[in-house]
Design a protein around this ligand. Sequence first.
Ligand code: BDP
Length: 586
Amino acid sequence: MLRPQDGPTRERKSLNGMWRFRLDPDGVGREQEWFRTPLAQARDMPVPASYNDVLADATVRDHVGDAWYQTTVRVPRGWAGERVVLRFDSATHRAVVWVDDVEVVRHEGGYTPFEADVTAHVRPGEESRVTVVVDNRLTWHSLPPGIVEDGRQTYFHDFFNYAGLHRSVWLYSTPAAHVSDVTVVTGLDGGTGTVDHRVETVGAGDVRVVLTDAAGREVARDEGSTGRLVVEDVHPWRPGEGYLYDLRVELTREAEVVDSYTLPVGVRTVEVRGTQFLVNGEPFRFTGFGKHEDALFRGKAHDDVLMVHDFALMEWTGANSLRTSHYPYAEEVLDHADRHGIVVIDETAAVGQNLGLMAGILRRQFPPTFSPDTIDDAAREVHAQAIRELVARDKNHPSVVLWSIANEPESDTDAAVAYFQPLVALTRELDPTRPVGTVNMAFSPYGRDRLQALGDVVMLNRYYGWYLHTGDLAAAEQALQAELEQWATEGKPVLVTEYGADTLAGLHSLTAEPWSEEYQADLLDTYHRVFDRVEAVVGEQVWNFADFATAPSVGRVAGNRKGVFTRDRRPKAAAFALRRRWRPLG
Ligand code: BDP
């Protein structure tokens, strides 16, 4: 799915800014057709933002159900005769959209874009009313899953259920005949690069593709909707150096360029060979973090300032990678990673699919995780659609090297295998060029887990020294080493996608005291000693980059404190420890 862009044949108009906003606690707005009139009793709400923390109002923060957004937009006069599209970069967790009185699109899933061709419903030069109802309820059929009982929301993942319009909203134009999709797959053979392209179009015309280097010089061109461009003396994209070419895709009729779309392209390869993870044929070792889209006031809103700052802090630590735990991030993040050579593990919003674990944590009984009463075949189809949308959105990003289709699902039952087998197969079918896997949790260690066998890499979240052997790093070191040696026998690369300890910034201790800054740094050092002794370990991603908001719980102090930075991005001692390991030369 192509992002909107400005170009010779296309224009964008941002709908970001102040919208009108109203909660719908009784769920009557759809029936009363609130979209037909200016939203009554509305308050101001900035977009993009999670609505939860913007106002000083607990009913907004803890709202369960529908919330309404409304704005007006004047369609540029110059767009007469063009195709006009309304696009939401995300709406969490599901939405219905009206233009004036007409429903134009509905979408399930809070972290991927959706759009509607609204040409028939707008008039260039005139104003239109755009109304969106956003529903934040999590059910057995949503990703992530949850349950609503007596108006209260329970969920099974460890981050706050922020909702709203978290990302940009656009109105954009394209010509009626246009480029509707582009897929590139790149290859390297010595100093020669290849860019295979597949272009989809709507309407009559011929396709031409032109590849230019970062200096704007043309390096290859081709005619036709599929083909291979060959780049001599290629400048590859590589971790640490986000070199990008531009692929200009044109739809032409005779001498006229009807539509033009420019896609940044990084020429690189990814391959799993034995226990190695190869980028451009060379062993790659992941350092970095599991992150969250999370910040004060704005919740999960995308924000360029915060993004650039977070990448600067990651670079300061020496991180070369991140996992988009636990949902697809804003596309701006992937663009930035592309440009800066940061490697990304791209994850779906499948988190909390383990009711056995939650029974212990929430102290209540649950039916089996994967069953006709819980996560069933219909839920699996929602998951499949989320994978389709993720791959469709992110397939062309050189930074994305690995798909993670679930975090810590139940993984030791026949039902789990039956649920995941087709999803792994689907991911491979949609994208045969990237490895795929699921992330394993500690209660399904080697010998018990049955999902890692399905994936191309082993991904493990481990908390020895925190949830297990709390305060005893010597025992943690032994246990971690023993388990990693077992996983190494799988013959696949092993990535430790989470390890860490909750830490209250400013708490210091001479002894091995959990929650102190020294304990967090010592725990990371302990893990690193073990990683360096087990050759199959090719990835270390600390949990978490920064402290983040969660639902209230006795194990959380105003959120999860496993950040090596605080929520306002101040370093804890562990940040310096990581920098010493990942950037030994400063
Ligand atoms: C892991 C989860 C992650 C949690 C983390 C923790 O993958 O989302 O935040 O544990 O407990 O199980 O801090």
